[in-house]
Design a protein around this ligand. Structure first.
Ligand code: FES
Length: 68
């Protein structure tokens, strides 16, 4: 599902960015993907998606130690 229509960014791309960059810093992730750089209406949903993903798969546990 698209989160940022202007840039064509999906929920999955946001989740992958959080994991691959080992960061859940909204500013960093949004800037890296270009989210919110056009109309800006997607920022709230993008941050929500990002934080929700981080809460479900904590960054520290991405090395296969997540048994949940
Ligand atoms: S929908 Fe993301 S900048 Fe417009």
């Amino acid at each position: 599902m698209y989160v940022c229509i202007c840039k064509g960014i999906t929920e999955k791309q946001i989740q992958e960015a959080v994991t691959s960059r080992n960061s859940n810093n909204p500013k960093e992730i949004l800037k890296a993907l270009g989210i919110g750089s056009d109309c800006g209406t997607c920022v709230e949903d993008a941050v929500k998606t990002l934080l929700d993903h981080s809460a479900r798969s904590p960054i520290e546990m991405k090395d296969g130690s997540n048994n949940s």
